[in-house]
Design a protein around this ligand. Structure first.
Ligand SMILES: [Zn+2]
Length: 202
């Protein structure tokens, strides 16, 4: 996700519903050290989404070698969500979910895990690569998938409004909240001019 966000949004980030791993980072050195996998459960489901995920899944393979579990490799978020939902339906208590891939895809997969009853502390996410995010329209409730980041404007696929990508993420759907970008400035823009007489020459 782009780190090109407003100062106001940046100050709000620590207090938002956006998980820490999904927030834009300020370090620009591009140094992405892969953390160790959390395999404290009885088994694991490792979901790698997109081509960049292989770097993480292969790095984790040695640590996970002695733990029961399986690797799900998916090309995109939709495939990952379907495969994860099917795997979780058969999973036993104590399963840990490990997710790696683009932020938008990881948010969708996390929502799937949450819906299946997996707790937040049983889900580990390592974002890699880039991909689209889902934006929920607060006006018509359509979800638009777009390559965008926080503070960006996305055209709603349902009502065609220009939606500002707001710093709120739904745990249930994994989508960002979007609302009409100029909703707060429209009243001022449509206010009557200071000198109406110029508009209506008599
Ligand atoms: Zn809409």
């Amino acid at each position: 996700m782009s780190a090109d966000i407003s100062a106001g949004t940046r100050t709000q980030l620590p207090f938002t519903s956006i998980p820490e791993w999904a927030r834009p980072t300020t370090d620009s050195d591009g140094n992405t050290e892969i953390p160790a996998p959390q395999c404290t459960g009885s088994s694991y489901l490792l979901v790698g989404i997109g081509p960049a995920a292989a770097a993480v899944t292969s790095a984790w393979a040695p640590a996970l070698a002695g733990v029961p579990g399986r690797l799900i490799e998916a090309a995109d978020a939709d495939t990952a969500v379907d495969a994860l939902a099917a795997a979780l339906a058969e999973a036993t208590v104590g399963v840990r979910v490990l997710l790696t891939g683009p932020i938008g895809a990881c948010l969708s997969a996390r929502a799937t895990a949450v819906a299946a009853g997996v707790e937040d502390d049983e889900i580990q996410v390592v974002p890699v690569g880039s991909g689209p995010i889902d934006v929920f329209c607060s006006h018509c409730r359509t979800i638009t998938t777009a390559d965008a980041g926080l503070d960006a404007i996305v055209d709603c696929a349902g009502c065609d409004r220009g939606l500002l990508v707001y710093y709120h993420v739904s745990r249930r759907s994994g989508s960002f909240l979007g609302f009409m970008a100029d909703a707060e400035t429209t009243p001022a823009a449509t206010a009557p001019p200071d000198n109406p007489s110029q508009e209506s020459p008599a």
